[in-house]
Design a protein around this ligand. Structure first.
Ligand code: C2E
Ligand code: MG
Ligand code: MG
Length: 766
């Protein structure tokens, strides 16, 4: 039977008040033409007569649209299988804008094939203006490919922007629901809660706000699944995705009653796991999606869920890395208290906030008495028991009242919350004394210590963290002098401190004048410390770092750590920095001319130099005048420089990168940059701070930090340089974990230009 006959039969059956126009009859007669072409190219054709609303679908078009071929009384009938949200725009256009070109994407959800996308296009007018004609094409594959790309893109955007796992993961769930036609989605995460047995809890979920799935959501949030328990536990345990085809009647499906109540029918759950560099797989959770349609296993889903799973796992892994770096860099390994650098950071913030709010707060400086004899007599384990025990007691004491930190050795400190009254501070300090006095058990021994406590108060005893700690420290020494196990407040003999401070100021002012003189008289010089690339068999000299020195008139060489801080406070650093850049580029031009023509020059920059918006142009003028390409110049800056004035510094950094300069983050790990922020910075490299390299390969904390930084660098495609490498075992560890750029005394100390050229003749490229 021909299609024409089929169509006519239907016409007789279905139809219809209006007689068929000549146009439609003609189309029906010729509809079968080109059917073979349609099949090969996989598209179908449609015809629409706007005056009657009649529609004809070719065999292929009908197949794609899952309706019968031939005549349809209305376009609603022809597109009856299309989901309403995508059908409405198309139907509106067909019926109300007959002259408009049609280019729509519509969606069909089929229990067997899952979601399919079709493109409905109108073709330019043929010879009969009364009839609109066009094609329909299956674009599911392109759409899925695009969607996978979009998932990667959007999810990495979430990663950058999101401050928390919850925001990132909820957005991914929403993305999947909206694009794959699911009604409810959730993420179950492995809980780190008290019990030994791992449990999965539903942490994040999403459904369209217009659909009421409350009962199912509430049920899910109440559950806690062990390994192998229910669908979630089974998927997590086996790491294999699983379908539920009939949720309401499946006796294995724990949430069947609430699913039935909400009309949810079928769904899919898959594991979220990632692999770490050591080849271990970490199963962190399970994702699940449910639909109110009876859907069956869809061919596309395993692939897509693998992509989604990998992306979500990556997000979670990175967020965890962020947490662990933060943890490692802020917490004292032994006691779990805040460490020295983070305590100072918190104290700085407290000062800043107190100035803004006009508040006051206290700092308690605590030193354990007679701690050393315990260490000497009973060994370090005993010492550690005391330190840990005392830290725990401090933790309990401060709770809501402030923060306790370990400043190092047997020194502790407490920063109190704002506006504590004097009696409260006194009582807290007395409680600290009691906490120290109560014995600590070590095996059969009872170890006793005591504490000396000094208290300083903002702003009376200092406006800055340094001043407050110094005052509290001095008060603490007074306690020690007074026989220990006592507390002292800062008192009048702080006059002595003031005198010391004044003499320091005088020294600083003298140094400042000398620095001025040195700049005028050209008493500065540069040394260059080589950086080697170990990625090939033979280490190659790839860069040098310019390090400034000052030769005093008496011949003494002064190192930058002595004079740079003073130059910074007096703004002299801007002039010194400019001298350094010029000299370094001049020497680089010379090195390139001598055959070291791929060598890169790193120059340290100070914060003040970086707030000048014309810096990129001024530096370009210098390099251009010397014939040095900007890509060979790398500016080293520290995290704190950026984080303190991000809004000013980041645009200048971007401009510098556009001009071709490289930027590296020096002393990385010491600052407080958030990783999401880091990801947005236009940097090309990270330098692992010497203080982390120092503990390699034995210190657990340093090992973890360095490996995490290396992982991070790889993720962000940044070059990583380890500095301050002094021993073979440090070098071995770094190379083993993929850090190939090495700088440190083990390879070379900083050298004069002449010595550098002479020592590394063999490293010339030409
Ligand atoms: P930095 O940029 O982190 O430079 C590395 C410092 O570590 C240098 O100290 C270098 O001599 C030292 N170093 C390198 N390898 C090792 C090692 O294996 N063991 C040990 N113990 N030390 C190693 P230096 O030259 O005293 O510089 C100290 C800091 O002064 C620099 O730290 C940098 O922040 C600053 N600085 C140096 N030159 C300049 C400059 O021209 N401008 C500015 N603004 N700062 C500079
Ligand atoms: Mg440096
Ligand atoms: Mg450094």
């Amino acid at each position: 039977m021909s299609l024409y006959q089929i169509a006519l039969q239907q016409t007789n059956r279905v139809h219809s008040s209006l007689p068929l126009s000549e146009n439609i009859q003609l189309i029906l007669q010729h509809m079968t033409q080109d059917a073979a072409t349609e099949q090969v190219v996989v598209f179908g054709r449609w015809w629409f007569e706007s005056s009657t609303g009649h529609m004809v679908l070719s065999h292929s078009a009908a197949n794609l649209l899952e309706v019968t071929a031939g005549f349809h009384d209305s376009c609603q009938q022809a597109f009856s299988q299309v989901t309403p949200d995508t059908a409405i725009p198309l139907l509106t256009m067909l019926q109300h804008s007959p002259l408009q070109t049609i280019d729509c994407e519509v969606k069909i959800i089929n229990a067997k094939k899952g979601v399919r996308w079709l493109k409905v296009l109108s073709l330019p007018h043929h010879n009969n203006p009364a009839i609109k004609m066009g094609v329909v094409q299956d674009i599911t594959l392109q759409k899925l490919a695009l969607m996978r790309e979009k998932f990667s893109f959007t999810s990495s955007q979430f990663l950058v922007g999101a401050q928390s796992i919850s925001v990132a993961v909820t957005k991914v769930i929403q993305l999947v629901c909206e694009n794959l036609g699911w009604d409810w989605g959730a993420y179950w995460s492995l809980s780190s809660g008290g019990s030994l047995e791992p449990k999965l809890n539903c942490c994040y979920f999403w459904h369209h706000p217009d659909t009421d799935l409350t009962a199912f959501t509430e049920h899910s949030l109440r559950l806690s699944m062990g390994a192998g328990e229910g669908l979630i536990g089974a998927v997590w345990h086996s790491a294999v995705p699983n379908w539920v085809e009939d949720m309401g009647n499946d006796t294995h499906f724990i949430r069947r009653h609430s699913a039935k109540q909400c009309g949810l029918k079928s769904g899919y759950a898959f594991p979220i796991s990632y692999m770490t560099a050591d080849g271990r797989r970490h199963s962190v959770g399970v994702m699940e999606f449910y639909s109110r349609w009876s859907r069956q296993c869809e061919a596309q889903l395993p692939n897509l869920s693998a992509t989604i799973g990998a992306l979500v796992a990556q997000t979670i892994q990175r967020m965890e890395q962020q947490e662990s770096i933060k943890q490692l860099s802020q917490v004292d390994d032994l006691t779990g208290l805040v460490n020295r650098s983070h305590f100072h950071y918190l104290l700085d913030n407290a000062c800043f906030e107190a100035i803004r709010q006009g508040d006051s707060f206290g700092v308690l400086f605590i030193d354990l008495d007679r701690f050393k004899p315990i260490n000497d007599a009973f060994g370090h384990d005993a010492g550690n028991v005391v330190l840990r025990g005392f830290a725990q007691r401090l933790q309990v004491l401060v709770q809501e009242k402030g923060v306790a930190g370990r400043l190092g050795g047997d020194e502790f400190a407490i920063l109190t919350k704002p506006n504590q009254k004097m009696p409260d501070l006194r009582s807290l300090a007395e409680q600290v004394l009691v906490a120290a006095r109560s014995p600590f058990s070590f095996g059969e021994h009872q170890l006793t210590v005591s504490a000396s406590v000094g208290v300083s108060i903002f702003p009376e005893n200092g406006w800055t963290s340094a001043e407050l700690v110094r005052s509290a420290d001095t008060a603490m020494y007074k306690s020690k002098k007074n026989g220990r196990n006592v507390l002292s407040f800062v008192s009048d003999d702080s006059c002595e401190i003031l005198a010391q401070e004044r003499s320091l100021l005088v020294r600083q002012l003298t140094l400042e004048a000398e620095l001025h003189h040195a700049l005028v008289k050209n008493h500065f010089f540069l040394e260059y410390q080589p950086v080697f690339d170990f990625s090939r068999n033979v280490p190659r000299l790839v860069a040098v770092e310019a390090l400034i020195r000052w030769r005093r008139e008496n011949g003494e060489v002064v190192h930058p750590s002595v004079f740079i801080p003073i130059a910074e406070t007096t703004r002299l650093i801007v002039q010194i920095g400019r001298w350094v850049i010029k000299q370094a580029c001049e020497d680089l031009a010379l090195l390139h001319g001598q055959g070291f023509n791929e060598l890169q020059m790193s120059v340290n920059m100070a914060a003040l130099e970086f707030v000048n918006p014309s810096l990129p142009y001024e530096l370009s003028a210098i390099t251009e005048s010397l014939g040095v390409a900007n890509r060979f110049v790398c500016l080293e800056m520290t995290e704190s420089m950026i984080m303190n004035q991000a809004d000013k510094v980041v645009p200048i950094m971007k401009n510098l990168r556009q001009q071709g300069f490289k930027i590296s983050l020096d002393d990385f790990g010491m600052g407080h940059s958030s990783l999401s922020r880091l990801k947005q910075l236009p940097i090309s490299a990270l330098k692992i701070d010497r203080s982390f390299v120092m503990g390699l390969p034995f210190d657990r904390g340093d090992r973890a930090i360095v490996r995490t930084i290396l992982d991070l660098g790889r993720h962000m495609q940044l070059a990583i340089v380890a500095e301050g490498v002094e021993t073979d075992s440090q070098l071995g560890f770094l190379r083993q974990y993929g850090c190939h750029m090495i700088q440190g005394y083990i390879l070379s100390k900083p050298l004069s230009l002449a010595d550098l050229m002479q020592s590394y003749v063999g490293h010339k490229n030409a």
